[in-house]
Design a protein around this ligand. Sequence first.
Ligand code: ADP
Ligand code: MG
Length: 549
Amino acid sequence: MAKVSGEVMAEGTNRVIGRDAMRINIAIGYAVANIIKTTLGPKGMDKMLVSELGDIVITNDGATILEEMNVDHPAAKLMVEIAKTQDKEVGDGTTTAVVIAGNLLKKAGDLLDQSIHPTTIIKGYEIASKKADVLLETFSKDVKPTDTEILNKIALVSMGSKGIGSDDEKKKIAQMVVKAISQVATAGKGKNGGFEVDSDFIKIEKKAGGEVIDTELISGVLVDKEIVNSSMPKNIPNAKIALLDAALEIEKTETDAKIEITSPDQLDAYLQQEEKMLKTMVDKVKLSGATILFCQKGIDDIAQAHLAKEGIAAVRRVKKSDMEKLARATGAKVVSSVSELSSKDLGLAGLVEEKKVSGEAMVFVRNCKDPKSVTIFVRGGTDHVASEVERAIKDAIGSVGSAVESGKYVTGGGSIEMSLAAALNEYAVEIGGREQLAIQAFAESIESIPRTLAENAGMDSIDAIVALRNKHKGGKGTTFGVNVFKGEISDMEALGVLEPAKVKKQAISSATETTRLILRIDDIIASRGGRGGGMPPGGPGGAEMGGDY
Ligand code: ADP
Ligand code: MG
């Protein structure tokens, strides 16, 4: 075998076959999970990550940690993928997913030791994962966008482990996120006629400075631009908003089309003509009744002067994405030629104002009526603080958003995992055979969540699991989990530790999926340079290249 491969493959190719390959992948997957498990839960610790260039990130966010770690081994990369998928699909529960996957791998290793074939393990895991889905459904409860109390709790729990300051700050931010989600949620558009939450329309704008408590929800859009001309109004109550995606300029003549100007009179006439055209454009804006114009392209100086004279404010070179958000927030229509602009294209905002924030002018479009697009303006003493607040907000948006979309929530603190594990153990006995062992291993892997929460809270994790197993005996589902603050077992419903069902569902399914992928590998063939070793030292762009491997 080795001889054949030696002939087929290029010199220097590294190859690991069969159980050895599997053992390596299992060990590495478990190692990755072990690195980040200390961050799980409100009592989890933060990690400080230092890049090759010396940039520092301090975070508790599983996805961020794994991304910044720049792992090298293919199996480790698969683990990182779990976090990425989880982040993309539901926006929270990344650490949970990776920790479960790591434990599924480790338990698979134990089963391999008992001479159970990988296909049997995979089959058992798949049966268990399917069953877990069904069970999750039966253990979850309904939630609507108007259930603000439940949603506030879900938001708080998802931000829980981020070190972003006081309880009051967290509460305020949680409420902001829930309000923001309820603004952008559309009824009847989601799966099964439920709600659809397009979180792209919750704009997060971050600026270091101020304090976390200054973070605010703007019922409208914050545009990181200034009012283009200093003699324009800077404070416009009851603003009538025009959105234009064309330039307020005269198109410059093509380079090869020459204009013959032979006398000063002709030049004058030409310039007058240009000014007249710009004036006509501005008149159009005025005629529409607009009091502020957001232009995606440029605005000529002369046009600016005319606008200012008419008391109309203007912002130029607004990003396309911001134009869409402005349209959704104010009800304005984006018009692609100023000649088409009419009063019915205008949007409304209670107030548009330019304000200096940490020395930089920004335009706040506020107090829109029932805006379908809102902004959370993140503040924090330093960039590190503001960034961690931003990550916390993103987690909360993901969490509350998926709760609203799927309309289901469960209790956290490891309680739902204990319920699932207990019910799966009952189920394993029904299935019997060798798969039974794999299903039991699956159940134990899910228990890694309450176990880790207890560990991170400084509790005796064995005692905690035993106590929880007693509470969950029979597998009918109870809401008892780990009270990480008191170091005891308590009712998570009463404590308000609530989480969206979808986060758990996604975590379990992507962990199972990746475990299956890794367990099916019985051959690692690595070409030389295929593991990062072949990068030219210090070559240009080397730092960015690292991520692409
Ligand atoms: P993840 O990246 O998986 O979301 P977190 O660090 O956010 O990881 O931790 C989430 C876990 O912490 C969940 O199992 C959740 O139920 C638990 N948790 C959050 N808040 C509490 C709390 N107040 N008491 C107990 N468990 C909590
Ligand atoms: Mg979380």
